[in-house]
Design a protein around this ligand. Structure first.
Ligand code: UDP
Ligand code: MG
Length: 314
């Protein structure tokens, strides 16, 4: 029987100083394990020499297939580009900074061969992370669990997907993806594989605070409409409050002791005003999502790909 082909999808954004090392370390693991592989190295519109580094690696190792996106579309889109191009019987998605250590790949493949369709890499230790980013993660995952019912704590984008799962993923039409949660939503026979997050050898994390907040809002609104329901609950609460206050005020009025209730008025004004603004904003976020999905623009655009000459395709 022909040996299974394992595709590795690795997004790179401004990783010129790191990409070469990641690719060679990954290739070494695959060769030592005797696995047949291809590496989809996706350059997510880097501004540095990442693309040149990928080409150089591909010239030395014909198993490496670089794809360059036309601009920086974000990690989610870059992973999608790799998943679309992958030809393997199983596809492993991993970060390009060795924080998802390639040494776990042979274990993932073994679990897949045992019949699991999805192998979820779960962070056993989150590596060295700031207190702030730990706190942010725990608040986000708590909210996410409550709103969407999906448990993602310690989940990562380090995953192996069976061909079947990748084909289903490709049928999902939404443009605004959240790989981690979508793949959990998809189900299939899954197993978790704990892994230790390694230190990043070179460069630094590409996630600024703004990018993280955007991803979190997009993930929450993409997997739950509970925030929209919340608005109505706020409304009901304030209506009740209004009735109580109205009765009290009317009684006072008819007793001829119309209160100098300026404080109450101002407080209510502020409270209700801010709730209305937040609620409007929330509706705006959902509208924006709808707007983007309706436009139906592709998740990414490919500018060029590179295949080492003499390599037989398909
Ligand atoms: N990445 C990407 N596009 C982006 C940002 C990041 O393809 O817009 C890649 C990045 O090159 C890396 C992976 O996504 O391979 C994870 O990024 P990073 O290490 O910055 O994230 P962290 O480990 O801090 O979650
Ligand atoms: Mg990283």
């Amino acid at each position: 029987m022909e040996q299974a082909l394992i595709s590795l999808v690795i997004p790179f954004y401004n990783e010129a100083g790191q990409a070469g090392q990641t690719l060679s370390a990954t290739a070494r693991v695959m060769e030592e394990a005797g696995l047949v592989y291809e590496i989809l190295a996706v350059d997510d519109g880097s501004a540095d020499e990442t693309w040149e580094t990928l080409i150089k690696a591909a010239q030395e190792d014909s198993c490496i297939r670089p794809i360059r996106l036309s601009r920086n579309f974000g990690k989610e889109a870059a992973m999608s580009a790799g998943l679309d191009a992958a030809k393997g019987d199983a596809v492993v998605v991993m970060d390009g900074d060795l924080q998802h250590p390639p040494r776990y790949i042979p274990d993932m493949v073994r679990l897949w061969q045992e019949g699991y369709e999805v192998v979820d890499g779960v962070k056993e230790s989150r590596g060295r992370e700031s207190v702030f980013s730990r706190l942010f993660a725990s608040v986000f995952y708590g909210l996410f669990r409550r709103m969407s019912g999906l448990e993602l704590a310690n989940a990562s984008d380090f995953k192996l997907l069976d061909r079947k799962v990748v084909d289903e993923w490709k049928k999902l039409e939404e443009k605004d993806t959240f790989f981690r949660a979508l793949s959990a939503w998809m189900g299939f026979r899954r197993v978790t594989l704990p892994f230790t997050v390694d230190e990043r050898p070179n460069g630094r994390s590409k996630w600024g605070f703004g990018k993280l907040v955007r991803l979190s809002v997009s993930a929450l609104t993409g997997f739950s409409s509970r925030p929209l329901m919340l608005i109505s609950s706020f409304g009901t609460f304030f209506l009740l409050l209004f009735f109580i206050l109205a009765i009290q005020t009317l009684i006072r009025y008819f007793r001829g002791q119309a209160a100098t209730g300026f404080t109450t008025v101002i407080l209510l004004q502020l409270l209700i005003g801010s709730i209305i603004l937040i609620s409007l904003g929330l509706i705006g976020i959902y509208l924006d999502r709808l707007f983007r999905e309706v436009k139906g623009r592709p998740r990414y655009l490919v500018a060029e790909t590179f295949e080492e000459k003499g390599r037989d395709l398909d």
